[in-house]
Design a protein around this ligand. Sequence first.
Ligand SMILES: Cc1cc2nc3c(=O)[nH]c(=O)nc-3n(C[C@H](O)[C@H](O)[C@H](O)COP(=O)(O)OP(=O)(O)OC[C@H]3O[C@@H](n4cnc5c(N)ncnc54)[C@H](O)[C@@H]3O)c2cc1C
Length: 382
Amino acid sequence: MIGFSLTEEQEQLRDLAHEFAANEMRPASPHHDQTGEYPWEIIKKAHEIGLMNTHIPERWGGLGLGALDATIISEEIAWGCTGIGTAMEANSLALQPVIEGASDYLMEKYVAPMVETPTMAAYAVTEPGAGSDVAGMRSTAVRKGDHYVLNGSKMWITNAGVAEWFFVVAYTDRGANYKGMTAFLVEKGWKGVEVGKKEWNMGQRCSDTRGVTFADVEVPVEHVVGTEGQGWKLAMGAFDHTRPVVASAAVGLARAAMEHAAAYSLERQAMGKPIAMHQAVSFMIADMAKDIEAARLLVRQAAWLKDNHQNNTMHASMAKAFAADAAHRIASDAVQVFGGYGFNTEYPVEKLLRDSKIFQIYEGTSQIQRLIIARELLMRGR
Ligand SMILES: Cc1cc2nc3c(=O)[nH]c(=O)nc-3n(C[C@H](O)[C@H](O)[C@H](O)COP(=O)(O)OP(=O)(O)OC[C@H]3O[C@@H](n4cnc5c(N)ncnc54)[C@H](O)[C@@H]3O)c2cc1C
């Protein structure tokens, strides 16, 4: 049975997120892009109306919504502004492996309060010398009685400057390769945790990205997420939920770019008619629409598989790679449709082009998604 309609609840969720994006995010978006100011007020409002942390299970007071629901919200939020959207969504990435693996003690102490209070968390896996090559990380955690001593440096950590806690992965047994990695929940205020300066990025500028250093940080054994040696599985497994959500954000950005391009093409005259009436322009817009539809279908299939407890690793990577590449291409074509005005900061599409690039890099580059697709297809026969 195949169905393409949303439930009544999902339509309500989409409309709520769209209204929020139109009324709260779009008007504030240029200010946050120009200043890089963290969008705290918008995040607090989003939290208040139930658009954040939607996958916290009902058992811990959350909404317990699934991956498909999250993609529906994410597309609308990204249509509003992906800088603000990434600042909001980074919480989901930090929460996902904790929800999957944490003890009741950690869930009660750190996750359940996030339902009532808009606190932020960060997923700290990438290192200065190891991004795609996660197994190349150098961070270590050595057990000493009732605690571990954590040392290492993490890089490009979204929300690092505002996070109350970090999901951190480090080697507890380097000889065991990826099976020797362990995940920890580390509070920002613990001795030895140092957060670096805010990075000034090409796009999505109000999303707070920083390095974090851990120097002889004493992490109590109760702060292991899952069990020793499960770090890799938890950190990578989280992407099955979050990659469709990030891909959906790319769809939202692409939709915004297409809408701007379509409206402009009907207004702007060249050689006696609206540029939309020149086939070279209308075909660019037709290609945008086609790729947005295809990307959304991949997103919803990947999310549906996850919600229905089926392996979706390959489909999550397909959705992420396709949507990210499409969003960057569509944003670039939107600039093309605007001509010289597209290159200017007075018009919305140059920001969309800058914001779109990161979709091909974070949560696994477009090359790494292809690596995963090929591995799943050729080695595992999916
Ligand atoms: C704004 C921003 C936010 C981020 N947020 C987070 C976060 O919250 N938490 C976190 O842990 N990380 C985060 N990251 C890190 C991000 O996930 C990494 O930057 C990304 O995985 C790429 O790693 P790298 O930068 O080390 O590039 P590298 O791994 O050095 O890659 C460089 C190039 O080589 C290619 N490449 C590498 N290996 C292969 C291969 N085997 N086959 C083919 N091509 C390959 C890559 O595709 C890329 O084009 C963020 C990054 C940015 C820029």
